[in-house]
Design a protein. Structure first.
Length: 173
């Protein structure tokens, strides 16, 4: 993603069209002109790089994809709606042994008995989580028994986070 002195709203609209992620921009922030050149292995990395100068809150879908991102000026007064979901956002962005829900979801896509891709294993949070659960090298995932245990744990933690999200949504209605 590259932009030179482009309105933030225009850049976010382009990301929204490509990724499906919705952006909620506070106040007149969309008029800010930004110059960026970011890339990443996934949309989380791209969006995080793009919005590193702003306050953000990521909302996740059940499938581990980013549903929406709230964008506000760092240090500004929070909009009322943002305050209402901030606690929920903390839960969704909370880590399980240092790993975020979308990262847990990535692990679920790797079948037991296969080798974990090096680029995934090299992520510090994922590596810490895996090592805490006995997977010390990418090839350790080829141990079907060990990989099965870790996948079930990751799935439970991911589902628990999504249930907390659903319950939070129902309470807010």
């Amino acid at each position: 993603m590259e932009a030179v002195s482009a309105p933030l709203q225009e850049v976010l609209q382009s990301v929204e069209e490509k990724s499906g992620t919705q952006f909620k921009v506070h106040g007149n922030l969309g008029e800010d002109r930004i110059s960026v050149n970011v890339s990443g292995k996934d949309w989380f990395a791209v969006i995080s790089g793009l919005l590193k100068s702003y306050g953000t809150l990521f909302i996740w879908e059940e499938n581990g994809e980013i549903a929406s991102v709230w964008v506000m000026r760092e240090g500004s007064e929070e909009p009322r709606e943002y305050k209402e979901i901030k606690e929920l956002g903390k839960k969704l962005n909370a880590t399980h042994d240092g790993i975020k829900p979308y990262q847990l979801r990535q692990l679920l896509h790797i079948p037991a008995g296969y080798r974990i891709p090096v680029e995934l294993f090299s992520n510090p949070q994922i590596q810490k989580y895996l090592k805490a659960n006995g997977v010390n090298r990418p090839e350790d995932w080829q141990n079907r028994h060990l990989a099965g245990i870790v996948r079930r744990k990751a799935e439970r933690e991911f589902n628990t986070t999504m249930l907390q999200y659903k319950l939070g949504k129902e309470v807010k209605k």
